[in-house]
Design a protein around this ligand. Structure first.
Ligand SMILES: *Cc1c(COP(=O)(O)O)cnc(C)c1O
Length: 420
C-alpha cells in the first residue's frame, strides 16, 4: 500500500501544526505509522490522498452513523448555507432540534446547544454545581469527558497511550474537586460519598465506557449510581457524547432503562458538524443564564448550518429505527469473527473493541493490561487489508448504518487472515 502522499503531507503539516494534527490520536503515535491524510469519504468508505480505499470503522469517531456524505444531510447543509452561515441570533430551527432531542432522550426536558462535547460536559458540570451549591464531582478512571481542566484526570483514550498520563498546564487546584472512582465498582463511589458528606455536586459517567476501549457497565452498576446519587442529593450526569443516538435513539439511558438527571450529547447530534448539547430536568436547566445564575454562552452556539445537519441526521434515524438492529447484527458478526480468531472482544450494540489481553476488561486497570505493541501489529494488518480502524487500543470500532453486506464479507475475510 502506497503512503507517499500522506507521508509528505504529514511532514509538511508538522512544521506548522503541533504534531501535524489538530487532535492528538490522529497522529498514529500509538501505532508508529504514518497517519492517512484523507481526500474524501462516501457511505462506509473513505479514501486517502494516495488513492487507497478503506472500509471506514471510525466514522469520524462516531458522528457518521448514517455513513459519510449522507445525501439528505448534505442537501440540508447546502440549502441552509445559502441563507448565511451564522447570525448570532435565535432561529426557529434551534427549537426544532431541541424538541427532537427532548422527544428522544427521556432525561432531557430542556436543552442547550453548544459546539463540542468538551463544552457540553464542562457546562453540565457547572450547572450541576450551581444547582446543588456543592463543588466536588466524582468521575471514573478511564472515562473521557473532553479536555477541560477539571476533567483531565485519568481520562482515557488519547491519554492512555500518551507519554504523559495527564496534561501539563493544568494547575492542581483545578482538579482538586475531581474525585476518582473505579468504573463498575459501586463501593468505590460509596466510599467517596462517605468521605465527603454533602459535598458532591455530581457523578459523571460514560454509561458505556468507550474511551478506554469499549467497556460495558456491569448489570446493576448504572442502577446503583442512580440510587446513590438520589440518596445523596447529587446530580447524575450521563456523558452520552458517544452513546447518544447510537445505542438507541434515546441513548444508553433508554438502552439500559436508567434515567439520569442530566445528559451530554455530541458527535451524532450534529451530524458531522461541530454541535453538541447538554440538557436535563427543567429545574436543573433553569439554572442556566439568562433564566438562572449559571453563566454559559457561545458566539456560534446553535449555528444554523450545524443545526440543519443535526435535524437532517436525527430525522433520518427516526424515520428508520431499524438502523439499530442492522448495526447490531453487523457488529455481532464482526465480534463472532474476532472470537473465532481467539481475540478478546467487548461489544455493546454497534460499538466494539478488541483487547490485546487475556483479562476480562471491566475497568481502566484491566484495560491497561493490554499489549499495545500487539495492538499496533493488528492495526497494521487491518489497514494493509483496507480496513480503517482507530489507531489506538483504547478507542472503539464504530459500525454505521451504511455498512453493506459486501463490506461485512471483506471485513470478515480480513479478520480471518490475521496472523496471531
Ligand atoms: C468525544 C467525547 C467527548 C468530547 O467531545 P469533543 O467534541 O471531542 O470535545 C466527551 N465525552 C465523551 C464520552 C466523548 O467520547
Amino acid at each position: 500500500m502506497k503512503t507517499d502522499q500522506s507521508k509528505a503531507a504529514f511532514e509538511e503539516a508538522k512544521q506548522y501544526i503541533p504534531g501535524g494534527v489538530n487532535s492528538p490520536v490522529r497522529a498514529y503515535r500509538a501505532v508508529g505509522l504514518t497517519p492517512r491524510f484523507i481526500d474524501r469519504a462516501s457511505g462506509s468508505h473513505i479514501w486517502d490522498i494516495d488513492g487507497n480505499e478503506y472500509i471506514d470503522y471510525i466514522g469520524s469517531w462516531g458522528p457518521n452513523i448514517l455513513g459519510a456524505a449522507y445525501e439528505p444531510v448534505i442537501a440540508a447543509v447546502r440549502e441552509r448555507a445559502g441563507s448565511g452561515l451564522t447570525f448570532g441570533a435565535p432561529t426557529r430551527q434551534e427549537t426544532v432540534l431541541a424538541k427532537m432531542i427532548i422527544d428522544g432522550v427521556e432525561a432531557i426536558e430542556k436543552v442547550r446547544l453548544v459546539n463540542s462535547g468538551t463544552e457540553a460536559v464542562m457546562s453540565a458540570i457547572r450547572v450541576a454545581r450551581g444547582y446543588t451549591g456543592r463543588d466536588k464531582i466524582i468521575k471514573f478512571r478511564g472515562n473521557y469527558h473532553g479536555h477541560s481542566d477539571g476533567l483531565l484526570v485519568q481520562a482515557g483514550s488519547g491519554l492512555l497511550t500518551g507519554a504523559t498520563p495527564d496534561s501539563a498546564g493544568v494547575p492542581s487546584d483545578y482538579t482538586k474537586c475531581t474525585l476518582l472512582a473505579d468504573y463498575n465498582d459501586t463501593s468505590s463511589v460509596q466510599r467517596l460519598f462517605d468521605a465527603n458528606p454533602g459535598q458532591i455536586a455530581a457523578v459523571i459517567v460514560e454509561p458505556v465506557a468507550a474511551n478506554m476501549g469499549v467497556v460495558p457497565p456491569k448489570p446493576g452498576f448504572l442502577a446503583d449510581l442512580r440510587q446513590l446519587t438520589k440518596e445523596q442529593g447529587a446530580v447524575l450526569i450521563f456523558d452520552e457524547v458517544i452513546t447518544g443516538f447510537r445505542l438507541a435513539y434515546g441513548g444508553a439511558g433508554a438502552y439500559y432503562g436508567i434515567c439520569p438527571d442530566m445528559v451530554t450529547l455530541g458527535k451524532i447530534v450534529g451530524g458531522g458538524m461541530p454541535l453538541a448539547a447538554y440538557g436535563g430536568k427543567k429545574e436543573i436547566m433553569d439554572q442556566v443564564a439568562p433564566e438562572g445564575s449559571v453563566y454559559q454562552a457561545g458566539t456560534l452556539s446553535g449555528n444554523p448550518i450545524a443545526v440543519a445537519a443535526g435535524i437532517a441526521t436525527l430525522t433520518a434515524i427516526r424515520e428508520d429505527l431499524t438502523i439499530y438492529d442492522r448495526m447490531e447484527a453487523y457488529a455481532a458478526k464482526i465480534e463472532q469473527a474476532f472470537k473465532e480468531k481467539g481475540k478478546n472482544v467487548n461489544r455493546v450494540g454497534s460499538l466494539l473493541s478488541v483487547f490485546m489481553t487475556e483479562e476480562n476488561v471491566v475497568d481502566e486497570r484491566s484495560a491497561k493490561t493490554s499489549d499495545t505493541k500487539k495492538f499496533a501489529e493488528y492495526f497494521a494488518q487491518m489497514m494493509e487489508q483496507g480496513i480503517y480502524i482507530a489507531p489506538s487500543q483504547f478507542e472503539a470500532m464504530f459500525i454505521s448504518g451504511a455498512h453493506t453486506h459486501e463490506d461485512l464479507e471483506k471485513t470478515l475475510t480480513a479478520i480471518s487472515n490475521l496472523r496471531a
